[in-house]
Design a protein around this ligand. Structure first.
Ligand code: MD3
Ligand code: FE
Length: 215
């Protein structure tokens, strides 16, 4: 079972986060080691059908984080800009979102509406993701759910506009983060990973899944 809460058996109430940072809810250890390993297997299958690629920023510089997606929509970036697309850049359909991933979404949000996109980010030892907002989706009333796997990542949370103070915390393998309500449009990023901090991925690195309702 994925829930490590004492009362996970007896309630339909939404789970309580271990920590809330500027409205971003952090559920530590939501996935146990067996869940994490099974999830990685599912993601290997996704990446076999829809290979990881290095998105080109609109400024012409490739992103260091490699990405792919599962679901009806996938996130792409090229000189035309950032957007959701019906197809992988190589031309094929995006694979379906693995059931195990949809179960995490439902288990943590309680929502019956399933996400349209599971964006898969892969960070190697030197990868980072600068502060940004996620605003390519049609309706910001839906939350975004993030799942961390593999090496620890230093997550930074800012404000609803660029600038101002920020706060950081390390996300570890098995942690799940929910961005809903006012936190949905908060600036956030990953400063760096901590190579060698997890043995989940034989080659090391960090995988982050973000689950999104797109339209
Ligand atoms: C806060 N990914 O894919 S996940 C992204 O770890 C992204 O790969 C980071 O930012 C990663 O867009 C951070 C946590 C996260 C995701 C989406 C958010 C935090 C968020 C949307 C709104 C606010
Ligand atoms: Fe983001």
């Amino acid at each position: 079972m994925s829930k490590n809460r004492v009362n996970s058996v007896d309630s339909a109430d939404p789970a309580a986060p271990d920590l809330t940072l500027r409205g971003v809810q952090v559920f530590r250890g939501w996935l146990d080691a067996a869940d994490q390993a099974a999830l990685v297997e599912d993601l290997r299958n996704v990446a076999q059908a829809a290979p990881l690629f290095s998105p080109m920023t609109p400024y012409g510089k490739p992103m260091r984080v490699r990405m792919t997606s599962a679901g009806r929509k996938g996130w792409v970036s090229d000189r035309r800009g950032y957007r959701y697309a019906d197809r992988h850049p190589g031309g094929g359909d995006w694979p379906p979102i693995p059931k195990r991933v949809l179960d995490i979404w439902h288990g943590i949000t309680g929502l019956d509406r399933m996400p349209d996109c599971c964006l898969i980010n892969y960070y190697d030892a030197g990868a980072r993701m600068g502060l940004h907002q996620d605003r390519d989706e049609a309706d910001f009333a839906w939350p975004v759910v993030s799942v961390s796997l593999g090496d620890d990542g230093l997550f930074r949370v800012g404000n609803l506009t660029r600038g101002g103070t920020t706060e950081s915390l390390w996300l570890s393998s098995g942690d799940v983060v929910v961005m809903g309500g006012a936190a949905r449009l908060i600036y956030h990023g990953i400063d760096r990973i901590r190579p060698g901090s997890s043995t989940l991925l034989p080659q090391g690195g960090r995988i982050n899944l973000t689950l999104r309702v797109v339209d």
